[in-house]
Design a protein around this ligand. Structure first.
Ligand SMILES: *Cc1c(COP(=O)(O)O)cnc(C)c1O
Length: 373
């Protein structure tokens, strides 16, 4: 098996659209506009349409997208923001960058996304009073239970922010993530379902006032050039990345479909191997940013697969609340974080991206079948 080809998704992505990407880069080089120009504007329009949101603002990366989204909602120092511990650290880091306090709530063990019952319990327990919002993370490409999150956040009068960094194009009942909550954040890090050739991110929202604030925030709080209306930051998307993203965005739906096909092959075989394949809720389009199985013998399975040359990974090996930077510093939601800690011990990500061949997936399955725990 060509392991190099299995692992190298960003390169395979580029090669799959090479001539169009090369042409887009050349077009930007010759334009003389390199930051926040016509390519960014076109990409924002096209990506907003893709996710069914009224507005999209390009920013420098996914972490900034979360920061800009939270600041657009006027969340700041001392406010509490609820999210999960089983996520990329960026979700929690963004809350802290604002001087806000992360409150981490446990996940539902089948979906790996926030458990709405635990969220409700946490909101009904002091010091819930200063909770301003909830960041729902659509982990691994699987949408969090947005129907429940919308209902709970509305009832408590708090904001819903979507972290869509792993879920470009994922849907519930035909409605894409990024169009449900008050505001949403995307990352275009090269390995994401929609990735740039460098860093990039975006904020989406249906609220024109939030869009306006996000637009100001990403560039020094300017409404008019050189006049800051609010204290802002510098988080701009550049023209090269926007031009590249426009090319790759046209493939997003087909790429996601390909991920679903490969996931279907894995799942139909794994059911019989006492490995728990990802669960897909009724009406949900999971876009398989990662294909994650769980096993109580995860560590020995990982050693075995690595030894056979299968490139596997763990997303994520340590929940945020146990990492040195955050230990004893974040608040823990009602009921504790037992499921998050268990997931960190049991999850394993198998090779997954749209350029894998079915033959490769079948080879991984055969290798798994030969495992003797
Ligand atoms: C990648 C990621 C981010 C951060 O994106 P960057 O572009 O790396 O800043 C945030 N949240 C989640 C869930 C991610 O996977």
């Amino acid at each position: 098996m060509d392991i190099h080809r299995i692992a190298a998704q960003p390169l395979a992505d580029y090669l799959a659209s090479k001539s169009e990407i090369d042409e887009a880069i050349q077009r930007v080089l010759n334009s003389g506009r390199y930051i926040l120009g016509p390519e960014v504007e076109s990409f924002e329009r096209e990506f907003a349409r893709e996710v069914g949101a009224a507005h999209c603002l390009g920013v420098a990366n996914g972490t900034d997208a979360l920061v800009v989204a939270l600041r657009a909602l006027e969340i700041g120092p001392g406010d509490r923001v609820i999210t999960v511990s089983h996520t990329a650290v960026a979700t929690v880091a963004a809350i802290e960058i604002l001087g806000a306090i992360p409150v981490l709530v446990d996940i539902d063990p089948t979906s790996f996304t926030i458990d709405p019952n635990r969220l409700e319990d946490t909101l009904c327990t002091p010091p819930c009073a200063k909770v301003k919002g909830v960041i729902g993370v659509h982990l691994y490409g699987n949408p969090a239970d947005l129907v429940a999150l919308m209902e709970i956040t509305r009832r408590h009068g708090i904001r819903l922010i979507e972290d869509c960094a792993q879920a470009h194009g994922a849907m519930i009942s035909g409605r894409p993530v990024g169009s449900w909550g008050d505001i949403a954040a995307f990352s275009f890090y090269p390995t994401k379902n929609l990735g740039a050739i460098g860093d990039g991110g975006a904020v989406t929202t249906n609220d024109p006032l939030l869009a306006d604030r996000a637009r100001q925030l990403r560039e020094y709080g300017w409404q008019q050039r050189y006049i800051s209306e609010i204290p802002g930051l510098n988080s701009r998307l550049d023209e090269l990345q926007a031009a590249i993203l426009r090319v790759k965005c046209r493939r997003l739906a087909a790429d996601n479909h390909r991920r679903q096909t490969l996931a279907g092959i894995y799942s139909s075989e794994l059911d019989r191997l006492h490995l728990t394949p990802p669960a897909i809720r009724e009406g949900v389009e999971h876009v398989f940013h990662q294909y994650v199985i769980r096993s109580p013998q995860r560590d020995s399975l990982r050693t075995y697969l690595s030894g056979c040359g299968v490139p596997v990974a763990i997303h994520y090996p340590m929940p945020v609340h146990l990492q040195p930077a955050y230990r004893n510093r974040v608040e823990i939601g009602a009921g504790g974080l037992g499921e998050s800690e268990k997931a960190a011990r049991e999850v394993l990500s198998l090779p997954m991206h749209p350029h894998l061949t079915e033959e490769t997936v079948r080879w991984v399955i055969q290798t798994l079948k030969a495992w003797r725990p």
